[in-house]
Write a new protein. Structure first.
Length: 311
């Protein structure tokens, strides 16, 4: 009898997520073809396995800027926001207070261009058309900052091309309409698409002096490295700058909701890492190095204090 009771208790613990009360939350993403929609798809699938009664409903948006407005108005429960927009919003004490629920992944920024391009450094983009991303994307803001730190006025020294959809960038590069495409992330769709082309692709990062300038001027940026072999033909690691993209919550999101999501993400860590190609980048425990503790949702803080406890 004691053995049967122990088996029953073990089964109840293992199936606890499936027996939990259904919880539905909305998640703002971005335009089709970019990194945020791809990440959201992987996140939803991984969470479905870890906590079947936690239902995340994704909603396409214009990107980080629109997501911040939707969160502040309570039109979304959660949203994906790139660091260049997330950090100023979280530090803004005059607006409705947003909180951090979880990291998405670190986002190293790079320019991608055809392998045969004569452009060898960021300064060589002077006078050329450059696709910087969509209007509301945080990556676009980072790209402009990298150009400025490299001695190029992003409005005058290059021809800035703002995309209607993030997925439009690779075709503009292939057609020769732009010399380079700015993006971010180890598995960013624009990078993987161009790197897989028959002619291959090359990647440009800001020069070391530009990196130092960016780190001194922009608190949201971090020094990041793209490991060798991340992309086909990339024999050497690439040092650049980037930021942590984050899952933010509306001001009045119940802490219990954030806690449940974070615990499910911890359980789904390996599956999410495989699906996104980011390894442990989305582990909520990475928040310790990504943001100040005061920015965390209280539910996230509780989950991180004991991340393996059942919800």
């Amino acid at each position: 009898m004691r053995r049967a009771v122990r088996v029953l208790v073990a089964l109840l613990v293992l199936t606890a997520p499936a027996l939990a009360e259904e919880l539905r939350v909305s998640l703002g993403t971005a335009t089709p073809g970019g990194g945020f929609p791809a990440y959201a798809e992987a996140l939803v699938a991984a969470l479905r396995e870890a906590d079947p009664s936690l239902v995340v409903e994704t909603r396409p948006t214009g990107g980080s800027v629109e997501n911040l407005g939707l969160l502040r108005r309570g039109a979304l429960d959660l949203a994906l926001v790139q660091g260049e927009h997330a950090y100023p919003a979280l530090a803004d004490e005059t607006a409705p207070r947003l909180t951090v629920v979880a990291p998405i992944y670190p986002t190293p920024g790079l320019f991608v261009l055809p392998a045969e391009s004569p452009v060898r450094q960021v300064a060589d983009l002077r006078g050329r058309a450059v696709a910087l991303g969509t209007r509301d994307s945080g990556l676009t803001a980072m790209g402009r900052a990298v150009l400025a730190a490299s001695g190029l006025d992003p409005e005058r020294d290059v021809v800035p091309v703002v995309l209607a959809r993030a997925g439009d960038g690779p075709d503009l590069v292939r057609a020769g309409a732009v010399a380079a495409l700015w993006g971010g992330g180890l598995r960013w769709p624009g990078f993987t698409a161009l790197a897989a082309d028959p002619g291959g692709a090359r990647f440009l990062a800001p020069a070391p002096e530009a990196v130092a300038r960016l780190l001194a001027e922009r608190p949201s940026l971090r020094r990041m490295r793209v490991p060798a072999g991340t992309f086909p033909g990339q024999a050497e690691p690439i040092d650049t700058v980037g930021s942590w993209s984050l899952i933010l919550a509306r001001p009045d999101l119940p802490p219990e909701t954030a806690e449940r999501l974070v615990r499910a993400m911890v359980r789904a860590g390996e599956a999410l890492g495989r699906a996104t190609g980011q390894g442990g980048g989305s582990d909520p425990r990475n928040l310790a190095e990504a943001v100040p503790p005061a920015w965390l949702n209280p539910g996230t803080a509780r989950a991180l204090a004991d991340p393996t406890r059942a919800p």
